[in-house]
Design a protein around this ligand. Structure first.
Ligand code: PLP
Ligand code: COI
Length: 362
């Protein structure tokens, strides 16, 4: 597809941009342009545009407003030492969006078109990619149902795919200081056969009450347990969880297996590949809250962290549930967590070799 390009007549000034980039936070500011691509059964993907960032005219009967047929992705663009810009494993995001699309009865988008759209936006708004180490341009591809219909006998047939971009600093105001987590037993994020594996907006809508409860309990983040027994650990907030066992030459990593109710994180996958290269065997498995508590009390579990694109890694320092509470480590990020973080960040920012060809030059 060829993109029709309309540049904004009023781009942000260099001074405006500098003000934003000095303290971008996360998801608060957006760049000058956006991508839109339409889908209909007759024409497939068509009408690809790069246009000025701004509001959308939408029919109030658009299916997404009523039945929430919406998917999204998240990835980042990173400034390299030579001033060029790269994305990280963008085809993994494209493939995951298509897996999500199959689950939500939405159309798949050609992976190359997904990546071209993302990279056209980054190229156009390149001046918004932060220079500061640890900062990046967060990219948000998403897709939703625009069909005008209130009936639910069939899924929507018309969709809009979009990409917007937001300069990003630290996702959590606490940075990489360990967070406290609440074991959610009243609310579950995802059930077998449900939508937990899809990056579907409704999963996040359904998670806010659990997150609010975690905060009311004095914690930073919510830990999601399995929907059947409320025992098996799945994710933390919107991140995958990693457990570090042992130390020194006997260290190993465990992450909950992809049972169909977890999101297959790209950071998770990257950690599983990088850890063995650093001499840390890594496996996917099962861990219950009882095993988590006992492992921390005996000293067998030495570090725990969440990982995802937005926060990179977020160490967990303490755990609280309705009938139990314990701590992990000494209030500082653990050594293994930090080594893995440095390795990943080094590849993303071009300061370390990229042995798997993960970095995608724009
Ligand atoms: N789990 C959930 C529920 C998420 O929303 C995310 C974030 O996208 C992740 C895990 C981490 O995935 P990734 O590493 O691909 O960002
Ligand atoms: C992530 O990138 O790790 C996220 O969880 C994105 C979040 C804003 C939904």
């Amino acid at each position: 597809l060829d993109f029709e390009i309309t540049r904004t007549e009023r781009p942000a000034t260099a001074a405006d941009r500098a003000r934003v980039l000095a303290d971008p936070g996360f998801g608060r500011y957006f760049t000058d342009h956006m991508i839109t691509i339409r889908y209909s059964p007759e024409r497939g993907w068509h009408d690809a545009k790069l246009e000025p960032y701004g509001p959308l005219p939408m029919d109030p009967a658009s299916q997404v407003f009523h039945y929430a047929q919406e998917l999204f992705e998240g990835l980042k663009a990173y400034k390299q030492p030579d001033g060029s810009v790269v994305t990280f494993r963008p085809f993994m995001n494209a493939a995951r969006m298509n897996r999500s699309a199959r689950r939500m009865a939405m159309p798949e988008i050609p992976e190359q078109l997904f990546v071209d759209a993302v990279e056209l936006l980054v190229r156009t708004d390149k001046d918004w990619v932060p220079d500061t180490e640890g900062h990046s341009l967060y990219l948000r591809p998403f897709m939703f149902a625009t069909t005008r219909a209130l009936g639910v006998n069939s899924p929507a047939s018309e969709f809009l795919f979009m990409v917007i971009a937001s300069p990003s600093g630290l996702y959590y105001p606490r940075g990489i200081k360990p967070v406290s987590v609440w074991l959610s037993q009243d609310y579950t994020r995802a059930a077998p056969g449900g939508t937990g594996e899809a990056k579907f907006g409704g999963n996040y809508a359904a998670s806010f009450a659990g997150q609010k409860q975690a905060v009311a309990e004095g914690c930073d983040q919510v830990v999601w347990l399995d929907a059947v027994e409320h025992r098996w650990v799945e994710e933390v907030g919107s991140m995958n969880l990693m457990f570090v066992y042992g130390s020194g030459s006997r260290v190993r990593l465990l992450t909950p297996a992809l049972t169909g109710t977890l999101l297959a994180g790209i950071t998770r996958d990257s950690m599983l590949k990088l850890a063995p290269d650093l001499g840390i065997p890594a496996e996917e498995g099962k861990i219950s809250i009882e095993e988590w508590e006992a492992g921390c009390r005996s000293g067998e579990i030495t570090e725990v962290f969440g990982c995802g694109t937005a926060a990179i890694i977020s160490p967990v320092g303490s755990v609280k549930g309705a009938d139990r509470a314990w701590t992990i480590g000494d209030g500082e990020p653990g050594e293994v967590s930090m080594r893995l973080r440095q390795e990943l960040v080094g590849i993303q920012y071009g300061t370390r070799p990229d042995p798997y060809g993960w970095v995608h030059k724009i």
